[in-house]
Design a protein. Structure first.
Length: 127
């Protein structure tokens, strides 16, 4: 892939907030350019070695930082997941409590109806 298209790809990645991939793409394009310049003898061996080592250092640093960020995101998401699970449990308990209250209320209503029917039977038996 030509350097210009690789740089365009890096710009697209950076503009879409894919910073890590954009930076790595840019470093790859820069390293490819250095290889071509070195092959054509446009830069010295010393400069080529220095810049290549520099690119490798930045690449490794970026990858390590990306890994740390991913770990931190996972750590942040753990309490969120636990919080979500606790909310689900709380909602289930609330729902179950509501059903228990409803059952209790229905039980009382049923008993009131039975008592009322017994009163009606007593009254009817008197006549």
């Amino acid at each position: 892939m030509p350097r210009e298209s690789i740089l365009q790809k890096a710009k697209r990645q950076l503009s879409s907030n894919n910073i890590v991939e954009g930076a790595l793409t840019y470093l790859k394009a820069t390293k490819d350019l250095l290889v071509r310049q070195h092959r054509r003898k446009e830069i010295s061996e010393e400069l080529y070695k220095f810049r290549t080592d520099e690119i490798i250092y930045f690449k490794n640093s970026i990858e390590k930082l990306a890994f740390k960020v991913k770990d931190l995101q996972n750590e942040i998401n753990k309490p969120r997941k636990e919080n979500k699970n606790l909310h689900e449990e709380m909602n289930n308990l609330t729902r179950n409590f509501g059903l228990l209250c409803l059952d209790e209320s229905l039980g009382r209503k049923k008993q009131e109806i039975i008592n009322a029917l017994q009163e009606i039977r007593k009254i009817l038996n008197l006549y």
